[in-house]
Design a protein. Structure first.
Length: 431
């Protein structure tokens, strides 16, 4: 009997151990799920088509930066949108508003001058609305971006980068292409209306557009210039989408927001929404080299007379970060509610990207890396114990030939060399 009693005691003891381990585990799991629950966006079983899959991106704690700064640094994973960036939201809003207002006809072509992400998003989303997409892009932008746009079925013009005041700036060419598409449609309509003949039968008729761009065919339904810089649909995409999501995902408990600006749509839409919800939430800009926005926010002047965009003979090489920094005030940026601004360097952005890759497994594009530089700078400025949100705009895959190319970086003496966050003034022992 003794062995049986011993066995029984062993079984009972083992059961207690197993049970208490199970209970402990359950307890720790439930407390951690309580913490993460705050940041989990509402789960929907299925979403409606590609467009339904845009937005409601996760908000994640960036562990390395949070631990190093003592602030909760949260990144909105916009790179998880189907088109790979924050611009998917903008593309949807621009197309939907244009279709609703009748400025874009069903089957028409959306044109845009874009350094990449917006173009990729428009090309991704346009077919879902039965529309086409034509993109004008500066020829110094990473080649993989125009390859993606073409693979998505859009037409692409790569043009020499010139000042925005030049008629052949990529944005101005894109605007022109939309007008040309509309002219073609009205010529077509008029010629049909006048004598019932097809335009190609009319003596001397030749479309200029046809020579320039293959998207302008006889069945062209007209064009619409997306105009992401000045079209406030961009701002509204973030005011109605990104901002409310951040508010919901943090349960309204955040202290500050920081992001860089290209068109200014993100920083404007999010800052305006958050400050209307709670005026104590502080919103900041992080500005890359060569951009005039830091001066505008901190000193009220954009640039010296010599630096004004119209006075530049050509676009100078200012920053290797793509999609952010600008030397004019856009309609979208004007909607921003900012409490201050920081400047970031290209070296900081490069080092930050490698640090996040090594420590968090986050493979981010250059603007996201700059946003994280901004988040750390903001944490250093307001001190530990605060919750800071930033945007992770796109991932590194679109940046292989530049931002993630050792050869490219070495040309500018930007080869990463940091082992920790010392490039942000944070010593190893601090993290
Ligand atoms: C990759 C990337 N990140 C950030 C931005 C800046 O966002 P916004 O235009 O909303 O200021 C852009 C803009 O084109 C971008 O392409």
């Amino acid at each position: 009997m003794a062995p049986v009693r011993t066995t029984g005691a062993i079984v009972a003891a083992a059961s207690i151990v197993v049970l208490s381990f199970f209970l402990c585990n359950l307890k720790s799991k439930s407390s951690s799920s309580k913490r993460t629950k705050l940041f989990v966006s509402s789960k929907r079983k299925s979403r409606h088509g590609l467009v339904g899959a845009i937005g409601n991106t996760p908000l994640i704690r960036i562990n390395s930066l949070s631990d190093a700064t003592g602030c909760e640094i949260l990144g909105k994973c916009e790179f998880l949108n189907p088109g790979g960036s924050v611009k998917d939201r903008v593309a949807v809003k621009i197309i939907e508003e244009a279709l609703e207002s009748g400025k874009l006809a069903p089957g028409g072509v959306v044109t845009e001058g874009s350094a990449g992400s917006t173009a990729i998003s428009l090309a991704t989303v346009a077919p879902a609305y039965g529309c086409k997409c034509h993109v004008v892009i500066p020829d110094d932008v990473a080649i993989e971006k125009s390859q993606i746009i073409e693979a998505l079925g859009a037409t692409v013009e790569r043009v020499r980068p010139v000042s925005i005041t030049h008629r052949d700036h990529y944005v101005n060419i894109a605007r022109r292409r939309a007008s040309e598409a509309n002219e073609l449609v009205s010529k077509h309509r008029n010629s049909e209306e006048i004598d019932g003949k097809k335009p190609e039968q009319i003596n001397g008729y030749h479309s200029d557009g046809e020579k320039k761009s293959s998207f302008m065919s006889m069945n062209c339904k007209g064009g619409f210039f997306a105009d992401q810089f000045e079209n406030l649909a961009n701002f509204r995409a973030h005011y109605e989408g990104t901002g409310p999501e951040i508010w919901e995902q943090t349960g309204g408990s955040l202290d500050a927001f920081v992001a860089a600006a290209g068109t200014g749509g993100t920083v404007a839409g999010v800052s305006k929404f958050l400050q209307e919800k709670n005026p104590n939430i502080k919103c900041f800009l992080i500005d890359p080299p060569g951009s005039g926005l830091f001066n505008k926010v901190t000193r009220g002047v954009m640039y010296t007379k010599e630096e004004a965009e119209g006075r530049r003979l050509k676009n100078p090489f200012d920053t290797i970060t793509e999609g952010i920094g600008v030397n004019r005030i856009t309609q979208n940026f004007m909607m921003a509610k900012l409490d201050g601004a920081f400047q970031g360097t290209d070296r900081e952005a490069v080092e930050m990207s490698r640090f996040l890759l090594k420590n968090d497994g986050l493979f981010l594009g250059s603007s996201s890396a700059m946003n994280c530089v901004g988040a750390v700078r903001l944490a250093q400025s307001i001190g530990p114990g605060h919750t800071i949100v930033t945007i992770l705009c796109d991932n590194g895959m679109r940046h292989l030939s530049k931002f993630y190319s050792a050869e490219y970086l070495s040309q500018f003496d930007l080869t990463p060399k940091a082992s920790g966050l010392e490039f942000m003034g944070i010593k190893k022992a601090d993290h």
